[in-house]
Design a binder for this molecule. Structure first.
Ligand SMILES: [Zn+2]
Length: 307
């Protein structure tokens, strides 16, 4: 982290060789986004080929009963799709890199828990997790699976009537879907009758302060930051790129299409995350002191004392 940032990503095209040279011997913090999960069949609404979509805000959710009904109806169909998804080669490469001490931890903007499913041990779910629901009044947390049983009982036959999950997720504002969700019955908190909300951070909501602090600490514990599969559209992710760049850490961005962090990146790979992370797993050696000396003799003194 004492090495100066090299040429900016927009000044020359980057390739894998340069990224391997840049990251060799360093401990990596990894920030992941929706692009990492597309190979697991979970669509990335901000990807280069995605249809335009207006994200729901927290204010809409708490302020509009009709909107909330529509949201829960879609969520009730969509959540089981996420539950069935499986980790892909990108998730598995990060597990292997962590096991060798190359990756110190993963900060993910995804709520699908696929890093945990794959076996990553140090994961910060920045935007929450899809498998939990919280009451906005009494803060009781229940599992999404338990809520699913209640919603099924309140809405017999609904899941079957809505058809393929892909139709709902890809065309969330289609008239047919809104019509189908008009009579959906939402479940209140069983303890206090309050509003239930997935334990997911929405637009207009802040990531809990303690969680942000842990994520900054993870970046500080590493010698470089790798962003994989995020366009860094929201500040909740972009701030870690700014933080690492300001600290003089190399920042490598792996993403199809431009990102808001490109101007801060030391290197940018316009590539898929599964194949790129697999290649990094194959080529990056452990940064432990005994091996780092052989792998990266130019590594500056002091880098090894970072825990
Ligand atoms: Zn409650």
């Amino acid at each position: 982290m004492t090495l100066p940032a090299q040429s900016r990503a927009d000044e020359c095209p980057d390739d894998l060789d340069r990224v391997v040279d840049l990251l060799a011997g360093r401990r990596l913090a990894v920030l992941t986004g929706a692009g990492l999960s597309t190979d697991s069949g979970i669509p990335d609404y901000r990807g280069p080929d995605s249809p335009p979509r207006t994200p729901m805000t927290y204010q809409q959710f708490v302020g509009d009963a009709a909107f909330r009904r529509h949201y829960w109806a879609r969520n009730h169909v969509g959540w089981s799709h996420v539950r069935r998804a499986e980790p892909n080669a990108g998730h598995r490469a990060l597990v292997a890199l962590e096991a060798r001490g190359v990756v110190v931890g993963v900060i993910t903007q995804n709520v699908d828990l696929l890093h945990e499913d794959a076996g990553s041990r140090h994961v910060i779910d920045l935007h929450g997790r899809y498998d939990r629901v919280i009451c906005l009044s009494c803060a009781t947390v229940i599992s999404r699976a338990a809520l699913a049983e209640r919603l099924d009982a309140l809405n017999p036959g609904f899941t079957e009537s809505i058809g393929d999950v892909g139709d709902v997720e890809i065309a969330p504002d289609a008239d047919a879907v809104i019509e189908a969700t008009a009579h959906f019955v939402v479940a209140p908190c069983e303890r206090c009758g309050g509003l239930l909300k997935p334990e997911i951070v929405y637009f207009g909501e802040n990531v809990p302060r303690e969680r942000v602090a842990r994520a900054f600490a993870l970046v500080d514990a590493a010698d470089a930051l790798v962003v994989a599969g995020s366009s860094l559209t929201v500040m909740s992710g972009l701030r870690f790129v700014r933080h690492a760049a300001k600290a003089g850490q190399p920042v490598v961005i792996i993403n199809r299409g431009p990102t808001r962090g490109d101007a801060l990146a030391t290197a940018k790979l316009d590539a898929g995350t599964s194949e790129t992370l697999r290649a990094l797993d194959a080529r990056l050696r452990s940064p432990r002191p005994d091996q780092a000396a052989a792998a990266a003799p130019e590594l500056s003194p002091g880098s090894e004392e970072v825990a």
